[in-house]
Design a binder for this molecule. Sequence first.
Ligand code: SF4
Ligand code: SF4
Length: 222
Amino acid sequence: MIMAKPKPTEEIIREIKDFDNILVAGCNGCVAVCEAGGLKEVEILASALRMYFANQQKKIEIGEVSLTRQCDKEYLAELKDRIGAYDAVVSIACGAGVQFMAEMYSKMRVFPGVDTCFIGATEEKGVWTERCQACGTCILASTGGICPVARCSKRILNGPCGGSSNGKCEIDKEVPCGWQLIYERLKELGELKRFEEPTPAKDWSTSRDGGPRRLIKEVSQI
Ligand code: SF4
Ligand code: SF4
């Protein structure tokens, strides 16, 4: 899922302090799972903003909503009859949701309430770690299911650098060396010969290096 973390409240306040009617809009997708942008976080942020502005003796209306997803027009359309009552929206969806909201309601000021971080997984309660950088041409088949693009700090594709020590990456003693993980996994699978096979030069044009990407799937007309 896409991981995000709440922005500092002061940063959000700086953006919205001159508005009178604000809608805090959450998303019940990925950002709800990582406890950054779901209904619970909408309530928390809205309460924090109300308290702040009450202390400032500023009258401000703050509405709350959380949509099934903000990256789908059909769910964003649920706001069409009520969004006009607000001067601005703080969207706590991921960056895709914030942008889609701004595109769909182009006259509305839409501010991000979270920092979108990475594609990751739930390691344990309250701990999420990166697993994929959406490179567009997955090579997990040759690396034992462990991604060197996301899990090697240098994105090396042909074995570890000289900085790997005791299974940890040289950037941080808490970060496992991605290539050590790949080696251990291939060993477990009895596929260590893959470790010795050079990985061909990767075509990065399917990654962000090729510019903004899009996917088109033919839809059945039946
Ligand atoms: S190889 Fe690419 S698509 Fe596959 S997990 Fe890594 S970054 Fe994601
Ligand atoms: S120590 Fe391992 S994870 Fe860190 S940069 Fe080197 S090969 Fe990559």
